[in-house]
Ligand binder design. Structure first.
Ligand code: SF4
Length: 235
């Protein structure tokens, strides 16, 4: 599996380039809250909500003092306000709890497995969100798997799985060193622009020769609009 991951990573870099990284790694809390805000919405909307919290308050301790309803007011543009504000409030409450295993300062000292377990103990933090913290805040070689990454990896034939979490477990057991950021980001670019949920644009896909998908669409080009903005590289 490592060989095909390396090959696919190279082909994606040829098409999309090496994705730019944030000049500084965002903190564990920045990434956790940014990723929670990004659930079920686009990165532009979640970025606006994230900026409201960052620009209107001194730091996360100040946000922690707000009620969930006040947080909800600030993050309205990201949608699912009640669910997301409750999840954020609960995480920020942990800042006060010195017994918590989730103190953001403790996470960077943990192994990947321990950090994933500690983070996913929190309501609203699933494997994808926890993996984003490891990749974007701690620069670990961990590939978060969202719906785009799950769909494209299954179509290409690298995995045959029924859920993003199952894909994440298999892909991360077999991930070559140093590829996580470009592999993850370029699979999202591929899934957003070319390997779309319905009518993939296989005729312009850089993976057309290695992809095992049976229902390739090699004739008609469906609407193709490049959207390069990725929230977690802009926190
Ligand atoms: S060839 Fe088609 S199905 Fe395969 S990865 Fe590319 S766009 Fe997706």
């Amino acid at each position: 599996m490592k060989k095909i991951i390396i090959k696919v990573n190279e082909l994606l870099i040829k098409k999309f380039g090496i994705p730019k990284r944030n000049a500084r790694n965002p903190s564990v809390l920045d990434t956790l809250i940014g990723t929670i805000l990004s659930q079920n919405t686009n990165d532009n909307n979640s970025f606006k909500a994230y900026q409201n919290l960052k620009n209107n308050f001194k730091d996360w301790n100040e946000v922690a003092k707000l009620s969930a309803a006040k947080i909800e007011d600030q993050i309205r543009t990201a949608g699912l306000g009640k669910q997301k504000s409750n999840a954020i409030k609960k995480i920020l409450n942990e800042l006060e709890n010195t017994e918590s295993i989730f103190l953001p300062d403790a996470i960077p000292q943990m192994s990947n497995q321990d950090a994933l377990e500690a983070l996913t103990k929190h309501e609203g933090v699933g494997l994808k969100t926890a993996s984003c913290v490891l990749l974007f805040a701690l620069d670990r070689n961990v590939c978060p798997v969202d719906t785009h990454v799950h769909r494209t990896l299954n179509r290409i034939g690298i995995v045959k799985t029924t859920s993003p979490d199952k894909t994440a477990i298999i892909i991360n057991k077999n991930l070559p060193e140093g590829v996580a950021h470009s592999f993850h980001t370029n699979l999202i670019n591929l899934g957003r622009d070319i390997c779309r949920p319905s009518k993939p644009n296989c005729s312009i896909c850089p993976l057309v020769k290695v992809c095992k998908y049976d229902d390739k669409n090699l004739t008609e080009l469906s609407e193709y609009k490049r959207n390069k903005f990725l929230l977690l590289d802009n926190l």
